[in-house]
Design a protein around this ligand. Structure first.
Ligand SMILES: Nc1nc2c(ncn2[C@@H]2O[C@H](COP(=O)(O)OP(=O)(O)O)[C@@H](O)[C@H]2O)c(=O)[nH]1
Ligand SMILES: [Mg+2]
Length: 206
């Protein structure tokens, strides 16, 4: 039989029930341009079977969607991904992966409402597709961390160089990840939680 490593399998989870110890639920959004790995990340960390609304890219989308550099991709999320992860016995994160294509941005206002924080996924082959997303989060006052999803054919840059290229201020955490790996995706979420905690401690979380 063909078994994949448990670290990479996005299959159904057994923990479909919310732990009775859960005391707080927090909404987190996973954003980024087309094909950066949002669906993959929600799928790899979610302890419930992730809900993904995908639609095969239609001819109408060709030339409209920014699909440069992601030619192997045949489906793109038009609505959103949804998943859940318990960070501790008490704290549960609800994850919302949001569409990266500009023509779906009208959905975003509602999607950001009530979000405590965000993960901006970045692909080093196409850094520019994440600029607008970050601007939008800043406008909405949603704190975020930047996760650089490492693709095999993507150029690698030192983190300080990426920080400069993305025009990120010093306090915003930026780290590399592999969205296909649960441990790596979870570390991204932990980094976000630590960042949110530090903002709360210094009275910067509104
Ligand atoms: N090598 C590599 N491929 C990835 C990674 N994350 C996603 N992919 C692949 O990149 C493609 C786009 O990912 P997807 O999650 O659908 O992107 P989305 O449009 O942001 O939801 C898929 O074929 C994934 O299998 C990663 O960390 N490393
Ligand atoms: Mg997707």
């Amino acid at each position: 039989m063909d078994f994949k490593s448990s670290d990479t399998v996005p299959g159904p989870r057994t923990e479909d029930h919310l732990p009775h110890t859960a005391q707080a639920a927090v909404k987190i959004v996973i954003v980024g341009g087309f094909g950066v790995g949002k669906t993959t990340m929600v799928g790899s960390v979610s302890e419930i079977k992730p809900l993904t609304t995908e639609e095969t890219m239609t001819q109408a989308g060709v030339g409209v969607d920014d699909d440069y550099g992601s030619d192997s991709k045949t489906a793109t999320t038009v609505a959103m991904d949804f998943g859940r992860i318990s960070i501790t016995d008490q704290l549960v994160l609800y994850l919302f992966g949001t569409p990266g294509q500009e023509r779906f941005w009208f959905l975003w206002n509602g999607l950001f409402e009530g979000a405590l924080g965000a993960v901006v996924l970045v692909d080093t082959r196409r850094l520019e597709v994440s600029f607008d997303v970050m601007g939008r989060l800043e406008e909405c006052g949603v704190p975020f961390v930047v996760a650089v999803n490492t693709f095999p054919d993507g150029p690698r840059y030192p983190i300080p160089e990426l920080r400069t290229a993305l025009d990120l201020s010093e306090e915003i955490p930026i780290l590399e990840c592999d969205a296909r790996r649960r441990a790596s995706s979870k570390e991204v979420l932990m980094t976000l939680m630590r960042f949110l905690h530090s903002l709360a401690m210094t009275g910067q979380l509104t």
